[in-house]
Unconditional design. Structure first.
Length: 354
């Protein structure tokens, strides 16, 4: 059946059983779980492609904690999820931010995007990750002109940087992960962090320091102060050292991993109960303070919450049953298994013994 991408006639609302806000891993798996229950959905995301922050920020980064997949790239994970949901024919509305979610007296919801696409939905699942976000940018003169071709805030197609001189700025997991990933593959790797302490995993910091001691990477404590550019290409960076003085670093590409500016955006105005900029939910069906609106993934909070992709998958499964109960309150619910249920196998498009 596949999925449906593209614009729709905004003069009429799109009627659907469920709208999912967010096309990251949690949102995509919610399509699957809803599909198993025979519930159709429409997916909206402010980004131009499915995958959410997972593929926007680190598409090539290896992930090691997905069950049955010893290692999986972020983009690969999203590609697998997209393949998994093909049988359910979800509609995708990308490059659109949801601006309005309004409950109606008939228990349904009016949903509208900034582009004017409207939905008449039986339920809403918010899987918006950290909400609207932008990477924190490097405050250096001329950085804007280098962005996208010599200065990067995410890594895409990592192998194209092999054999080159790389400068990586930051002290969190992303910065350290890419220092370790590029070590031995790039011609040189220099890590710049403004202070001695790191926010990254201690094991990653120890590995970096070990490589620095062997001369395989260079570690400087300070901040990027100036870029040297010739013929439109980055040639070097001047580092203002914390201990005083400056250091010159030859580099073909620079990466800055300073984290994100997370903002709930319009979500904060929808009348949902918040706790520390996250949506409070129950742990039975991950419903918010508004009946019929559910929240899964990094956007939600509850006692014991762990921000893991695995947790988002679990939340998506229970939220799907919550959606079913809200949209079809008189329908008897029971658990079926894909291995034995003819109904589920029919929905998946698989044949017995196939």
């Amino acid at each position: 059946m596949g999925y449906n991408f593209g614009m729709n006639d905004s003069s009429q609302p799109i009627e659907t059983e469920c709208v999912i806000i967010g096309a990251g891993p949690s949102g995509l798996f919610a399509v699957f779980e809803l599909g198993l229950l025979g519930i159709k959905c429409q997916v909206i995301d402010s980004l131009a492609n499915p995958g959410g922050q997972c593929t926007e920020l680190y598409p090539d980064k290896p992930i090691y904690d997905i069950p049955a997949l010893p290692v999986c790239g972020a983009q690969e994970l999203v590609d697998r999820l997209m393949e998994q949901i093909k049988p359910f024919g979800a509609g995708f509305h990308l490059g659109q931010e949801v601006t309005r979610v309004t409950p109606r007296e008939d228990r349904r919801f009016e949903v509208e995007t900034a582009l004017g696409t409207r939905f008449d939905a039986g339920a809403v699942i918010i899987a918006a990750g950290l909400g609207s976000f932008q990477p924190k940018r490097l405050a250096v003169d001329g950085a804007g002109e280098l962005e996208g071709h010599r200065l990067h805030y995410r890594v895409s197609q990592a192998d194209r940087f092999h054999g080159q001189d790389l400068l990586i700025a930051g002290g969190g997991d992303s910065a350290l992960d890419w220092v370790l990933e590029f070590s031995g593959k790039a011609r040189s790797v220099t890590l710049v962090h403004r202070r001695e302490d790191f926010r990254a995993q201690p094991a990653s910091v120890e590995r970096m320091k070990h490589l620095a001691a062997k001369g395989e990477v260079r570690h400087l404590t300070g901040q990027v102060a100036h870029f040297t550019v010739a013929d439109g290409a980055l040639r070097a960076a001047t580092i203002k050292l914390l201990a005083g003085g400056e250091a010159e670093v030859t580099c073909d590409h620079a990466f800055a991993f300073f984290g994100l500016h997370p903002k709930l955006g319009p979500i904060a105005e929808w009348g949902l109960e918040l706790e520390k900029k996250a949506l409070r939910v129950d742990t039975e069906k991950f419903q918010t303070s508004v009946p019929g609106i559910f929240a899964i993934g990094d956007i939600n909070t509850y006692p014991g919450k762990k921000k893991l992709i695995l947790s988002g998958f679990h939340e998506a499964a229970l939220a799907a049953f919550g959606v079913q109960a809200h949209v079809y309150p008189g329908k008897r619910q029971f658990l079926q298994y894909t291995t034995t249920s003819p109904v589920m196998q029919q929905r998946l498009g698989v044949q017995e013994g196939g």
